[in-house]
Design a protein around this ligand. Structure first.
Ligand SMILES: [Fe+2]
Length: 273
């Protein structure tokens, strides 16, 4: 290991800050193992004061696997880089509702790595929620009922206006996918709720009223404060989260100030129950 890392949990349920690792350096096998284990244990991990070029950012993402390319948006010359930006011209921002990144893909990204270069004077925090806890706290009857269900995740209503200017989106089809409402994490074997209020539009096999009521209940349940941590960004903070068992919500309480950074996502498996 290049330094001696310290882990500072944010809450008992989710989130930890890790000090003592320089992410711009080439990470040795022991450090990589440490980071991957920390991600599985804490679900979202944070690093401060990391100065990374775009290439170093992509290299960091590749430590977790092959990079995923966003279906709707990418930085010119760096298709794997998704730009996160808000300023006084913004009329909306990405991520301002609970979601798991790009869950509309057949194989949604397993993790995301966000690096912010500019932050507002205050605000702009991100909330993260533990979807294992969201599942574990349901009754046995509800757990077994949900475990047989499939949900539809759509993207046109999310991406059409937001990314209409991107050439990539003009001819492309908007992804739609069907995923189990409860997924098994392929590394931990634990069950996690996998429906979110951004992309999930219906549950198959139920009437539209039944589906709407059940999704409303689940979206509400997922937001329980007990499942959450809240991260306050500084310039050059990095967050890595596991989309298989975490949802997040980007707060936009800092208009008209600037918040700017880059995200890479890592290819994931097809969710299974
Ligand atoms: Fe997101």
């Amino acid at each position: 290991m290049n330094l001696s890392p310290q882990v500072l949990p944010l809450t008992p349920n989710i989130g930890a800050e890790i000090d003592g690792i320089d992410l711009s350096a080439e990470l040795d096998a022991a450090t990589l193992r440490f980071i991957r284990q920390a991600l599985l244990k804490y679900l979202v991990i944070f690093f401060r004061d990391q100065v990374l070029t775009l290439e170093q950012h992509k290299d960091l993402g590749r430590c977790f696997g092959e990079l995923h390319v966003h279906p709707a948006a990418g930085l010119e010359g760096h298709p794997e880089i998704f730009v996160v930006h808000a300023d006084e011209q913004s009329t909306r921002i990405a991520g301002e509702d609970w979601h798991s990144d790009v869950s509309c893909d057949q194989n949604p990204p397993m993790a995301s790595v966000l690096h912010l270069h500019s932050v507002p004077d205050s605000g702009g925090d991100t909330l993260f929620a533990n979807m294992y806890a969201a599942f574990d706290t349901l009754s046995d009857h509800m757990q077994s009922f949900l475990s047989g269900l499939i949900a539809v995740h759509e993207s046109e209503h999310v991406y059409r206006d937001r990314y209409a200017q991107h050439a990539k989106m003009r001819d492309a089809a908007y992804p739609v996918a069907e995923h189990p409402v409860v997924r098994t994490h392929p590394e931990t074997g634990r069950k996690a709720l996998f429906v979110n209020s951004t992309f999930t539009t219906q549950i198959k096999g139920l009437s539209s009223d039944e589906s709407a009521v059940l999704l409303h209940f689940l979206f509400d349940h997922i937001q329980s404060p007990e499942f959450q941590c809240r991260f306050h960004w500084q310039r050059h903070s990095v967050a890595v989260w596991d989309n298989r068992c975490v949802q997040h919500y980007a707060l936009w309480d800092y208009f008209p100030q600037v918040r700017h950074g880059y995200r890479v996502t890592i290819k994931g498996d097809r969710p299974y129950c």
